[in-house]
Design a protein around this ligand. Sequence first.
Ligand SMILES: C[S@@+](CC[C@H](N)C(=O)[O-])C[C@H]1O[C@@H](n2cnc3c(N)ncnc32)[C@H](O)[C@@H]1O
Length: 246
Amino acid sequence: MSEQPIEPTSREAGHDRRKEHVVPELPPGVSPARVRTFVRRGRLSSLTKERVERLAPARSLPDGPFDAAHAFGRTAPLVLEIGCGHGHAAIAYAAAFPEHDIVAMDVHTPGLARMLADADEAGVPNLRVEIGDAVLFLEERVADATFDAVHLFFPDPWRKQKHTKRRFVSPANLDLLARVLKPGGHVLIATDQDFYAEHALAEVAAHPRFEAHRVDRPQWRPRDGFEAKGIAVGRTINELRLHLLP
Ligand SMILES: C[S@@+](CC[C@H](N)C(=O)[O-])C[C@H]1O[C@@H](n2cnc3c(N)ncnc32)[C@H](O)[C@@H]1O
């Protein structure tokens, strides 16, 4: 897992509306599949660097094509969390389901460094971490029918109409998820932004490989972060489950 000198921030993507003016426009000619669902930001702190150097080697995925048996040393039900942030949900999942394996991904190194420290404390031998863009990871390193489930909790909402193409739930990314999910697999999405839930439901309704259902919140997921903040300001937490159709 390599350190990245350039960092994205999620607040600029819509959770903090004051920051929206700094989000760069898409360059002309960029295809939707290459649109970044995150934005960049600055340097890493010495604490982040220290945590990554000390703790990442034991939990990083080996380079090259993703091989779950090699990464985890066993074959087990396999989950990918995309945009795991500081990783509380991924650690809780790994602890609640020790018979499953989970890969937690984000481009935000400080969050992942904090997750590495928390995971070290929690144990959770069934958790691996990957720093990078999940779209590139899935496109370039993941074979068809690899994951049993994909988790997408509180994705950057990209509130402005002109940033719609940056929302993770898009036709191109649904194609990608359909390819990497095993038959019968599913995607769990949680969002405190009603417009994002409506966006996701509309995209899924137009996609031939998924069917969306509103579901109860998973009991194992900690009630913190964006969920707690959303509830505190009176928002509904939308829980969606996308079933991969045969
Ligand atoms: C709003 S935050 C939510 C973080 C976490 N799920 C939580 O609930 O606290 C969204 C996260 O998704 C990450 N993200 C967005 N697009 C991504 C991508 N293509 N690959 C990996 N991470 C991504 C961002 O860096 C950010 O940390």
